[in-house]
Design a protein around this ligand. Sequence first.
Ligand SMILES: [Zn+2]
Length: 215
Amino acid sequence: MDSEDFLRYVGSQVRLKSRTWGTLTFESVKLSPAVDGDLAVYIGNPFKQDTPLVRIHSECVFAEAFDSSLCDCSDQFKLAMRRLCDEGDGMLFYLRIDGRGAGLAAKVKATALEVRGADTYESRVAIGVRPEGRDFLPVAEFLKSKGVGAVRLLTNNPDKAGDLVRAGIEVVVEPLVVRNPSKMVRRLYETKRVKFGHSIPSEIMDDPQITFDFG
Ligand SMILES: [Zn+2]
């Protein structure tokens, strides 16, 4: 299917029941360089709210499909979905940009370095991809096209909030918190905090009871 064919299907919706999350509405969207598109997932009716709750999630096959111990992407996804479902109305963008935008093939290569001790920043530099290659402006433009001018954003990643704000959306950041991270995940958080500028207070690293998110 070439890109023109694919674009014919963007904007289609389906409503289905999740065994875990109840009724969800999926809309096919094109908000990333993923070759066959992304998903906007609606819980309840987020558009009836002045400031809907929003999560922008990037796919992580290792964690979500194979339960990798290297990161907590799957935990974050579940936590965000739980928050959205508890609230009753909200939306999650499922961007199919594994490897922080570098793609799945690059992620395999970078992860091979990480299991040998490199951190997630070093591994990406070593294989010649940008440590952070994601762009959230298309999400902002999509929100505006839907009449959403303000959101409560579940994240601690300033890049996500920053891209939305730059596009003219009012953003209230709500932390997304993961409890008791493992040793491997703590190491990842430290890298995120120091090298990616995420809002993870350093004292959290010493206190397993305090919760936080790395974006
Ligand atoms: Zn992950």
